[in-house]
Design a protein around this ligand. Structure first.
Ligand code: 5GP
Length: 191
């Protein structure tokens, strides 16, 4: 599967549009993020918290790009009545196994859109007494107020298009693309 073409099973899927970020672009930016985190957390043992399910691919590659003794845990949230835009109510679906007390936590997100999910997660994790809590997101919308959300690491800033691939889905499909593509959600309700 090449980094600049759709795989054969998607070649006639009319909802899949342009490739927004190729595998090569993702790999090289994630190497930079990993190097930055390695420098910022030198001598420490950060705990990466991957937000399921969208961030699983990013978190995997980010872990490999960090040259420190990291730990990894998972949390899952969902929003009620979701469409392509989040609905406003976030619910914890799977909690962490690890105790966050005095830990240096890096929350790993797929995309910050309205910031609602992140606001909810920050509140929930901050209440558990970590030594520090930073956010690393693969994508952020241009319109998102990242400063207000305390996002320290951003892979790419993107416009308003709905995107799929590299862990991000539309109705649970397309997660297994190695790149990010624009998805036309105009005639489907996307969850
Ligand atoms: P927020 O709470 O910031 O509005 O939304 C964050 C969540 O909405 C993301 O974690 C993701 O699950 C979903 N989301 C927002 N934009 C997109 C997108 O373009 N593609 C996909 N697949 N999910 C998105």
């Amino acid at each position: 599967m090449s980094g600049t073409e759709h795989p054969i099973h998607l070649s006639d899927d009319p909802r899949i549009g342009n490739i927004l970020l190729t595998e090569e672009q993702l790999t090289s930016r994630i190497a930079e993020l990993g190097a930055q985190i390695t420098e910022d957390y030198a001598g420490r043992n950060p705990l990466l918290v991957c937000v399921l399910r969208g961030a699983y691919a990013f978190a995997t590659d980010l872990c490999f790009a960090i040259n420190l003794p990291i730990e990894l845990d998972f949390i899952a949230v969902s929003s009620y009545g979701a469409t392509t835009r989040t609905s406003g109510v976030v619910r914890l679906v799977k909690d962490l196994d690890v105790d966050l007390t005095d830990r240096d936590v890096i929350l790993v997100e797929d995309i910050v859109d309205t910031g609602l999910t992140l606001r909810y997660l920050r509140r929930s994790l901050e209440a558990r007494g970590p030594a520090s809590l930073e956010v690393c997101t693969l994508l952020a919308r241009e319109a998102a107020d990242l400063e207000g959300l305390g996002v320290r690491y951003v892979g790419f800033t993107i416009g308003g298009d709905f995107v799929v691939g590299y862990g991000l889905d539309a109705n649970e499909k397309y997660r297994n693309l190695r790149y990010l593509a624009v998805f036309d959600s105009s005639d489907t309700e996307v969850r």
